[in-house]
Design a protein around this ligand. Sequence first.
Ligand code: HEC
Length: 127
Amino acid sequence: MKKMLLLGAACLLSIGAGAAHSSKRTANAVERGHALFEYHCASCHGPGIGNPGHPWRTGTEALQVKYRGELPALLAERKDLTPETVAYFVRNGVSIMAPYRKTEISDADLAALGAYLSRNNPDFAKK
Ligand code: HEC
């Protein structure tokens, strides 16, 4: 009887693990994307002071000017970004932001960056 209970418990656990699998994968991508963001992007898009005479870092300041506070100047605080938008800007660049080649940021890394930056977007957070 004890054995049966254990077997049953093991079965339930594995079913649960299957359901948790995709959200765990998403959590891993978000975590990896966060690290990539700190490495590649935060020098321009992070918080904190920028070059002498500039209260914000270059990207943060440009987005502060562009959206005039209607959207957060910090990319990491945005709720409207999608993986596609992130991919577009990373591959094409904009203004002083240079485009990134696949040898610099692979497609897999770009997907992780997209997962991180769209984690607060209600349409993408749970996918
Ligand atoms: C050399 C500084 C710099 C770096 C590094 C940089 N960016 Fe940018 N980025 C900018 C600037 C400046 C803008 C705003 C340009 C403008 O005025 O529209 C921008 C715009 C963007 C936008 C568009 C936001 C919007 O709503 O218009 C996205 C998305 C973006 N960057 C993502 C990234 C990601 C992801 C990385 C790292 C892989 C990155 N950037 C690295 C400077 C940088």
